[in-house]
Design a protein around this ligand. Structure first.
Ligand SMILES: Nc1ncnc2c1ncn2[C@@H]1O[C@H](COP(=O)(O)OP(=O)(O)OP(=O)(O)O)[C@@H](O)[C@H]1O
Ligand SMILES: [Mg+2]
Length: 307
């Protein structure tokens, strides 16, 4: 008996210095309250962008302002719907994650964040009707439980045609649907649609890149999205009814931005090598990953000095 007592004492004092209580366990379960969901943390988003987002001055300027307006409106007229456009590896998923992290303590791992990826979630175009039904149910049941939900639709160009029409009633100007209020939810669409047009605008701009404003892109993105055949956007009712609140362009990255991405990745991986200046031009965007960095031929590498 005394051995058992010593054992219990050892566990509770040495192995578990803080006793586990029911209330400490409950406090670790994610809930729909301000302990887990923080809508006032816009300065956090601002700093996250400053430190970890490169070459996207429009997203960096616009998104904190847009989010601040939405979250501080006690009675928004409808859900906030953002559409991110740009070429591959320019930061669309990255920014969605930073947004999720600024709102939800569990970031992308939160039960209130729903990432939809076409190849994984909607691989078979013949199953459109069942996908529509389950998406409708998922949105409805989640928002009924907690109003602050984030739905991210990745690679919209690969969504089955017509699936996005399901979203329309939830982002429209309805007061409530079946007793549920959808006006506090956030929807983000990510796509490459209009990526080439965005690049052309940047290339043809006669002044420095940072003088480009969101209005230089909005109309082109909207038009290209509506007309983009065989994409989730193509003539979708959501675009017909102008239900996208903001189109956000992601500009093509220049070598100085890619260099910053490489540096950040090298720090994260605690990796001592960095590409030589001459070989930097073979790095086309920021989606290379640590594997590529680590497999860089040594002749292309220089020692990385943390600054
Ligand atoms: N502008 C950027 N600033 C900082 N890091 C970036 C930026 N763009 C991309 N990255 C880095 O590259 C990785 C891949 O980028 P991301 O997945 O966001 O690209 P994407 O725009 O969604 O591309 P795709 O259209 O191919 O899906 C990110 O996880 C991030 O680490
Ligand atoms: Mg992406």
């Amino acid at each position: 008996m005394s051995i058992l007592l010593v054992f219990v004492q050892f566990i509770t004092t040495v192995v578990l210095p803080q006793p586990i209580t029911i209330s400490s366990l409950v406090s670790e379960i994610e809930a729909c309250n301000s302990d887990w969901i923080s809508v006032g943390n816009i300065s956090g988003l601002h700093y996250a962008f400053r430190g970890h987002l490169f070459g996207q001055h429009i997203a960096e300027e616009q998104l904190p302002v847009i989010m601040h307006g939405f979250f501080h409106d006690e009675n928004p007229q409808r859900a906030l719907v953002l559409s991110f456009h740009g070429r591959t590896g320019t930061g669309k998923n990255h920014v969605s994650s930073l947004i999720a992290e600024s709102i939800y303590r569990k970031g992308m791992g939160s039960q209130f964040v729903h990432l939809k990826v076409p190849q994984r979630d909607y691989p078979d175009k013949n199953k459109l009707q069942s996908y529509k039904k389950s998406l409708r149910e998922e949105i409805h049941s989640n928002v009924a439980q907690c109003a602050r939900q984030l739905f991210i639709f990745d690679e919209v160009e690969d969504l089955p045609d017509g699936l996005l029409d399901v979203v329309k009633p939830y982002i429209d100007y309805h007061d409530k649907l079946d007793g549920v209020d959808f006006k506090k939810s956030l929807f983000i669409f990510l796509s490459n649609v209009a990526g080439r047009d965005i690049s052309e605008i940047v290339l043809n701009h006669n002044s420095t890149r940072d003088t480009l404003r969101i209005r230089n892109f909005e109309k082109v993105i909207e038009k290209m999205s509506f007309n983009a055949k065989e994409t989730g956007f193509h003539r979708s009712r959501l675009l017909e009814s102008s239900l996208i609140s903001h189109y956000i362009p992601f500009l093509p990255l220049e070598s100085q931005h890619i260099e910053l991405c490489i540096k950040e990745e090298a720090i994260k991986a605690d990796f001592p090598h960095f590409p030589r200046r001459q070989s930097l031009k073979s790095w086309k965007n920021c989606s290379f990953g640590q594997k590529t960095l680590k497999s860089m031929p040594l002749k292309d590498a220089r020692i990385f000095v943390k600054s």
